[in-house]
Design a binder for this molecule. Structure first.
Ligand code: HEM
Length: 486
């Protein structure tokens, strides 16, 4: 009996060894399995993906394969070679299976096989062209309203204090929710539950929630499903999305869950992005001054009250300094990971002419935050915020960046790329710009302590779009009166 158990155990160990023993073949990227069998580098990666991948880049260069809990991930960090992955024309790389796994794990969602492609088309109809213009104009209206409302019933000259992250997230979320879901009655409840869910979403995706956190996530998911499902407004973007799901044959339970996915997709990035923009401006007075001076030059924005909503004209104005500040902010704080499953063996041709064999069953990952965005060969002193990094000397938008003397097609990628690129980019850009301009033209905004610095980033958010701060930045603000000039 004991002998059989011993043999069985030995057999299992041998199988495990065989399964986990992988050697680097000729033409494959450098292989780094880590020291822990099967898990490989899982602990270090999950703790701080940004730091881990930077260490691997220093060790191996622009392409390498590492082991992550039984999966082999090839990381490609040469932007000049990205097109081999982003525009793979050999049908060797698949985007949907990984996305499907994440949707199941995070949102309990299982959608029909043709959903991703059909949904993308549906989203484009709503976030591009005329519909996008309508949504953006509704967003402007709601932004003015929620910003004014945040002062009631206080007198306008009174200073109010808050955390800048909390302030930006809550105002942009509220305006975004009112624009897309058009529900005034439950916006506060939805925001409260959403933040609890969003705070734990990275742990949920990694499967590392503690027992109490699991309970919090389950409760806020339940509440959000109910809050979003009941009382939909006819003619709203939300109602139109539900109709689209019904036409696809998605059942009522999945319709409910898909709405939380869209709430997260549409609301999780703009608030954090606005926080970093205002945060960098407040901690870099020179940049704040040039942005304010650019705004002062837009005469139509002067002497207007929030109620009169002047900002529709903003879109027609050229604001290269602000645009550079926004690009620079996103370069430093947008950190998406672009993942593909290798479904067929593939030869990846690099820009320098080398060829690498990618194995079927592995995963390929681009992490544009590390390169191009933080690559010192592309962006000098990449850790520094330089408001004019994306400006030419003649104050036009700078679009030419080089690596190894080659002009780059991809020099910053905050919106992702390829099949998973953000469909809400135009809408988001306008919303953030309007929010920041509204704040600077209609409010006095100052740091509570002039020497305060921006908080560090929360490392668990690497790979999830916009980074979030670990902590907050205390600010005070009040409505401007005629006496308080900008
Ligand atoms: C600074 C703000 C934003 C940034 C940096 C951003 C970035 C991104 C990125 C990187 C992705 C791809 C995610 C992935 O591959 O896993 C994405 C997807 C998406 N974004 Fe954005 N986003 C922003 C704001 C918005 C806004 C305001 C909306 C809409 C109101 C929006 C709508 C979407 C949608 C619907 C998707 C999913 C697209 C799909 O189904 O394939 N985004 N976004």
């Amino acid at each position: 009996m004991l002998g059989t158990a011993f043999l069985l155990l030995n057999g299992l160990l041998l199988l495990l060894l065989l399964y986990t023993t992988r050697r680097r073949n000729k033409n494959e990227p450098p292989l780094d399995k880590g020291s822990i069998p099967w898990l490989g580098h899982a602990f270090e990666f999950l703790k701080d993906p940004g730091k881990f991948l930077a260490r691997m880049k220093d060790k191996h260069g622009d392409i390498f394969t590492f082991r992550l809990a039984g999966i082999y991930v090839t990381v490609l960090l040469d932007p000049n070679s990205f097109d081999g992955v982003l525009n793979d024309d050999t049908n060797s790389l698949d985007f949907n299976s990984r996305r499907g796994q994440l949707l199941k794990r995070i949102f309990n969602l299982q959608l029909p096989g043709d959903y991703p492609t059909t949904e993308k088309e549906w989203m484009k109809q709503h976030f591009l062209g005329v519909k996008q213009l309508q949504l953006s104009s509704s967003m402007t209206r709601h932004l003015s309203d929620v910003m004014l409302k945040s002062f009631e019933p206080r007198s306008s000259s009174q200073w109010r204090e808050d955390g800048l992250f909390e302030l930006c997230y809550s105002l942009l979320f509220r305006a975004g929710y009112l624009t897309l879901f058009e529900r005034k009655d439950n916006v506060d409840a939805v925001y409260g539950e959403f933040r609890k869910f969003d705070d734990l979403i990275t742990k949920l995706a990694q499967g590392s929630l503690k027992r109490e956190e699991r309970r919090v996530v389950a409760t806020s998911q339940d509440r959000l499903w109910d809050l979003l499902y009941s009382g939909r407004v006819k003619g709203s973007w939300q109602q139109s999305y539900v109709q689209f799901l019904q036409e696809m044959g998605v059942d009522a339970d999945m319709q409910k869950k898909a709405q939380l996915l869209q709430l997260w997709n549409t609301q999780c990035n703009a608030g954090p992005a606005a926080f970093w923009v205002l945060g960098f401006l407040l901690t870099h007075p020179e940049a704040m001054e040039v942005v304010k001076s650019e705004i002062r030059g837009l005469s139509s924005l002067q002497d207007t009250s929030l109620q009169r909503r002047p900002l529709s004209q903003l879109e027609a104005k050229s604001t290269p300094v602000f645009d550079s500040v926004l690009s620079e902010t996103l370069r430093l704080t947008a950190a998406v990971m672009i993942n593909r499953e290798v479904v067929k063996d593939k030869i990846l041709r690099m820009a320098d002419g080398k060829e690498y064999h990618l194995r079927r069953g592995d995963r390929v990952c681009l992490f544009p935050f590390l390169s191009p965005q933080m690559d010192p060969q592309i962006h000098e002193e990449p850790q520094m915020f330089k408001y004019d990094r994306f400006l030419n000397e003649d104050k036009t938008v700078k679009k030419e960046f080089y690596k190894d003397e080659k002009k780059l097609k991809y020099f910053t990628l905050p919106w992702g790329a390829g099949k998973s690129i953000c469909v809400g980019k135009e809408f988001a850009l306008k919303a953030i710009k309007q929010f920041v301009f509204l704040f600077l033209t209609h409010f006095d905004l100052e740091l509570c302590s002039p020497n305060d610095k921006l908080p560090p980033v929360n490392p668990s958010r690497f790979g999830f779009g916009m980074l979030q701060p670990d902590g907050d930045l205390r600010v005070k603000f009040r409505l401007k009166t005629m006496q308080h000039e900008m």
